[in-house]
Design a protein around this ligand. Sequence first.
Ligand code: 6PG
Length: 250
Amino acid sequence: MSEREIIILDDAKALSVRAAEEIVHVSGEAICMHAQFTLCLTGGRTPADTYSLIATRFHLSVDWKEVQFFWGDERCVPPDDEASNFGLANRTMLSKLPLSPAQIHRMRGEDPPAAAAAAYEEDLKRFFSLDGGELPRFDLILLGLGENAHIASLFPGSPLIHEQHRMVAEVEVDAPQRHRITLTPPALNNAARVMFIVAGEGKAQAVKNVLEGPEDPSRFPAQLINPEEGTVIWLLDKAAASLLSGSLSG
Ligand code: 6PG
């Protein structure tokens, strides 16, 4: 089991500030170590405040020319669509930072899903100079958590839960924006660091199931996250942590 840290913050605001601080901290380490920071963003609504804080309060704390942005998943919609994960990150953060287009590796949600997934896999191979079965190693992957314990677009019962070879795949899910593109478990678990950002009472049962429930990644996909040579950090607000037993909730 990889090293796991659980940090509980008072509320969603404090959670967003802590998440932004962690991202800035890891960016400094990565740029110091290898002159580059590869950050894989999450979709959903929860990270919006964190992204805004980075662009407004922490923007002077990161050497932006050394940062490369990627996504863990995308909904198959155009980039300016309200439901686009790229669109959310662009509106709240990327459009406000001194970045060149080459630093933004978005999943092309507007293209046919299979073609978009294949193109993203090629982009990862090119950027990380991968050959054979090698996997990308992101410095930091951000993940949200669905109320059904899904992560990225890896939903309960998804065939991708057992994916061993592909890094990126198209998938159909039982949720709005059915057609998605997502990183697979092997690509997620090759990261140096994975950080969950989870807020709200609506997520409390999912958090409990994943952290204290029976080991069953097909029912609780977030249990898949176990980077062999990496660490996992759970940032939770009190509401999301409200069902955890004392041993975990400290
Ligand atoms: C997506 C996400 C997904 C998200 C969870 C939580 O594209 O929907 O990547 O995995 O993180 O659904 O979403 P909220 O933050 O909106 O609750």
